[in-house]
Design a protein around this ligand. Structure first.
Ligand code: NAD
Ligand code: LMR
Length: 323
């Protein structure tokens, strides 16, 4: 039986960069047939239909069917993999948290719809910003689905962190291992060079602390804004690429540590009940937060700051009645 994959915001810019990669087999591997479902708001259904025509024109052998919906209940009925992309992107001068009220309203009904109809093995990735807290809204409205089935995307931050470090040290990206990002998908995120390795050696020992703290961390944290500034629109192909990385690792497994924002059960002192990025290890279709990593005073202060922001976002959506 094909795997049912639903993509929300299918007519948006990330959707356009994502759907063809999913249909070509890059998400689930070369042997898995896919029933692809595109969810859009009514005004954008026509554009999604156009994308569906192009998907047909690719003659992808793995694409068993493509359907378009404007109703989340139908789009998520029996879904195995749900990519919640559809949401407004920020524009110049905004922080991602500025989107909380407008976008938060999207994730409550989608959580309810997932709860009503998703398959038992559903995997949910939230991309729409503010991604961590939107994932919290979705999972809070899906009480019958285990919390660990909901994740938010910090893989783009991880990929950015790896690329920036490799560039600085003049090594290949494949020489960087276990570089994970903690916390919120926001400028407070913490890319952890204490547990990362470059060619097997501790990464933090290979860089200057002043560069790490005052150049690298802000550069990675504000990369989304840099893209908006230079490109004039928020990141799309790199975001789609990270979504493929995140989900294909979750389904197919990966070597080393990865960054995934997941519901906190209190590990590393991260307040229980926020969706925070953690170092995880993925095997056999499931992930687990890695235990026993080094978290010194510097790292702990950074983690505490990003978690404090997540708590504020949680309190704000609680005020709005979304959780
Ligand atoms: P976009 O504006 O190009 O597309 C968004 C699409 O979502 C639109 O087609 C819109 O009609 C649709 N949409 C809106 N409400 C919907 C709903 N209720 N159901 C289904 N579809 C709906 O935006 P984009 O550039 O594709 O970005 C999408 C989101 O992803 C934004 O919130 C952006 O900030 C976020 N993003 C997150 C990351 C990350 O790393 N987590 C990276 C890049 C972008
Ligand atoms: C990104 O990190 O590129 C996205 O979250 C878009 C944004 O608003 O920064």
């Amino acid at each position: 039986m094909p795997t049912t994959v639903t993509v929300t915001g299918a007519a948006g810019q990330i959707g356009y960069a994502l759907l063809f990669r999913i249909a070509s087999g890059q998400l689930l591997g070369p042997d898995e047939k896919i029933d692809l479902r595109l969810l859009e708001i009514p005004d954008a259904v026509r554009a999604a239909e156009g994308t569906a025509l192009e998907l047909q024109d690719c003659a992808f052998p793995l694409l068993a069917s493509t359907e378009i919906f404007d109703d989340p209940v139908k789009a998520f009925d029996g879904v195995n993999v749900a990519l919640l992309v559809g949401a407004r992107p920020r524009t110049k001068g905004m922080e991602r948290a500025d989107l909380l009220e407008a976008n938060g309203q999207i994730f409550k009904p989608q959580g309810e719809a997932l709860n009503a109809g998703a398959a038992d093995d559903v995997r949910v990735l939230v991309v729409g910003n503010p991604a961590n807290t939107n994932a919290l809204i979705a999972l809070s409205n899906a009480p019958d689905i285990p919390n660990e089935r909901f994740t938010a995307m910090t893989r783009l931050d991880e990929n950015r962190a790896v690329a920036q470090l490799a560039d600085k040290l003049g090594v290949g990206v494949e020489d960087v291992q276990d570089l994970v990002v903690w916390g919120n998908h926001s400028p407070t995120m913490f890319p952890d060079l204490f547990n990362a390795k470059v060619n097997g050696e501790r990464a933090v020992d290979q860089v200057d602390m002043d560069w790490y703290e005052n150049e690298y961390i802000p550069r990675v944290g504000k990369r989304g804004a840099e893209i908006i500034d230079v490109r004039g629109a928020s990141s799309a192909a790199s975001a789609a690429n990270a979504a493929i990385d995140h989900l294909s690792d979750w389904v197919l497994g990966a070597d080393g540590l990865r960054s995934m924002a997941t519901y906190s059960s209190g590990a590393y002192g991260v307040e229980e009940g926020v969706v925070s990025s953690f170092p995880v290890r993925v095997t056999g279709g499931s992930y687990a937060v890695e235990e026993g990593l080094e978290v010194g005073d510097f790292a702990q202060a950074k983690i505490d700051a990003t978690v404090a922001e997540l708590k504020e976002e949680r309190d704000a959506v609680r005020e709005l009645g979304l959780i």
